[in-house]
Design a protein around this ligand. Sequence first.
Ligand code: FES
Length: 889
Amino acid sequence: MGEVQLELTVDGATRRVSADPDAPLLDVLRQGLGLCGPRFGCGLGLCGACMVLIDGQARTSCDYPAQAAAGAQVTTAEGLGTEDAMHAVQQAFLDEQAAQCGYCTSGMLIAAAALLSRNPDPTQAEVREALEPNLCRCGIHGRIVRAVLRAGAYLRDAPVLLAGPAPFTPAQPPPVAAGPDHAPAMPASLTANPQLAGWLDLSAEGVVTVSTGKVELGQGIWTALAQVAAEELDVALARVQVAPVRTDASPDEGATTGSRSVEESGRALRQACAQARLLLLGAAAAKLATDPGALAVADGQILHRGTPTGLSYWSLAAPGLLARDAGPAVPAKAAGRWSVSGRSAPRLDLPGKVTGQPSFIHDVVLAGMLSGRVIRPPGRAAALTALAHAELPPGAVAVRDGSFLGVVAPGDRAAWRAARTLARAASWAPGVPLPDEHDLKQFLLSSPSEAVTVDRAEDTSAAGRTAQWVSAEYSRPFIAHASLAPSCGLARWDAAPAGGGGVTVWTHSQGVFGLRDAIASGLGLDAGRVTVHFVQGAGCYGHNGADDAALDAVLLARAVPGRPVRVAWSREDEMGWSPFGPAMLARLSAGLDAEGRVTSWRQDVWSNGFLGRPGIAGEARLLGLASLAGQPIPPAVDGPPTGTIGSTRNAVPGYDVGDREVVRHRLLTMPLRTSSLRSLGAFLNVFAIESFMDELASAAGADPVAFRLNHLSDPRARRVVEAVAESADWASRPDTDGTGYGVGYARYKGVAGYCAAVAEVVADTEVHVRRLWLAVDVGRVINPDGVLSQAEGGAVQATSWVLTERVGFSRSQVTSLNWDTYPILRFSEVPQVSVRLVGSAADPESGAGELAQGPVAGAIGNAVADALGVRVRDLPFTHDQVARALTRR
Ligand code: FES
């Protein structure tokens, strides 16, 4: 099909571009004009990521014909303002830190700018209404609403363009608590990657470049790590940069998972910086012929008894000084003496994201780059049996290997057209049949499974005291990651990989090292020939399609050696082919004595495994490799049954419950591919335990908070439960028809951060969560605002899982392929979330990214039972599910 010449007015400038006559405006803006602000999310105008202003009206550009924009004024996020002269909405988003991954941000800014141009003083309800077409998967809605209201105030009081960024003021002051000197133990990441130069580089004057193996997923880890380095080295935070993560240069710290980045990379970096500081001061002392104890550091400059010496880290960092292994651990600074770490700091990556700068893997453009597409089969593990002749567009190359079928073409639209043509030419044998979507319990209970005891504790003192027995079952469906951006990968296959060439990959994977090894083993390459670069993607909540998209790019790049190939999945690929969080069933029974104390507890959990990342248990586990081999991906494993990982995570109750037995039933077949999703089994296990605790409290005639406290001896656990009850004014909660209050609590993994939640819901057959209060203890905190943001986002995402989310499928295919068939919470449905930090710096740090999922689910479940007088035990709480529970009343 021939191209047409278009003349568009974009961000105030006239631009001429040739494009397909049917091309959407988004394609022309991104590929034709090289703009990055409008971002692809769904292709159907359902998520708002691609929003632009067209003659002042906010409009999705993925479903807007480019030709229709001729003659109109088009404004993108880049056109709103720059880092030196920001639009009020951009400035307000920074001031509220109203982003996590930032993939939704451009669209939010455009929707907000359109609203404020017609109504500079909107109410909160008007802001939510204006943002209703825009989705945020990270759950940061509350901050976005506050940012828009703040932008309105800026616009009323100041010129549109502000000389930002302004000083950051956190919405809530951080807790101030002194802590002890850190125990001088060597962190495991530093032991595994001992060379100091692997963590720290001072070769650029005035700049401290730190390296980490942990990747930025929108959780703010790179800002927190920069704070750690700034603190230990006594330099300004602005001097610290975080080096890009790549397998040939970064410390191998495994995958960025399980809320362990602060514990692992933070501790390693702190110790590496503490040792580097000592080395540098030693070098300064030698030059000055003085005692190192007489020296101090101020922003990298060396002082002698308070007087500048003219020496600095950068003048002292001779080549080789840091090229040595870490020595015995030295004391790092005590938390009570911190000046950068422990205080809220604005995210380093947000200014570029709010001004629409290239920030994501989807924005990477390499010289000579081609576009690739993979044709997915009509069913799981369906085999490609024949491929008829297909007339492809000029320059397009079909790639077929086993049941892997793809195409490389010059440009995204050409690749998309060629893929459609090839799909019509392909014949497939049927794949693996899927279970009955409407009878997941039967699927879980009847599938072959392996039972193993997770925990057993005998308490003979309880024998004979049991006065009554209570039992119940709780379930969750398969849940999708549903990242706001479909997965994307790039690769270049250089000549003769076995004898001097290599494969270079760009990915947003959580585990670049595991991906490198899986690609190498899957394709028979030496791992040293494969280099994987991390580039940020949209928010990632576990093992999604990032690794598979990267391998797709490798397999297609292999067909065009020397040319980089970019594979951008469609929304349908993302929702249909990324791994899911598995469906689960928990069956609980417990005894109560006459005083209302739990005497015994039995819990059985059925689930597929949660561990399906590339390389786990020696299997590559990549979609493309499975197609090459014509074999399904092996069932996900689940890790040791410790109660801390896989489906057993948080399966062991944190309460004092007497006689106790917990059993895992891991399914041995995997019709739908499962893997890690935020919090793993903790979401269902905590939902089940917390729902059951309320059922037990009810049987005992006890108040739910008092009942929990009566079974909690851990002081930190008691503190979060008491704090959240105080925040929500639990004792004085109103008793109103249709409104309910519920509480939930868990210590994440049984060994990490503590979280308690209270939910306020309004419910009939529809459930609306109006408010959530959280109390969180993650021990020592590096960036309090970052912890608050993570807890808020986790709480909103958990609310979405509880209320609406369920993967739909027929007997052959996933059917929930876009936001209309897999809805997530929109602004009108998002609760108001208040988070209170109650931890002490005396306790070791732990992550905050996943600890809200379970307690929030439990709190909502209990609030719904309080509102309706009926318990809904199967997630999600859709109209049908609630109506079914009501009819059973
Ligand atoms: Fe909104 Fe990530 S910040 S999708």
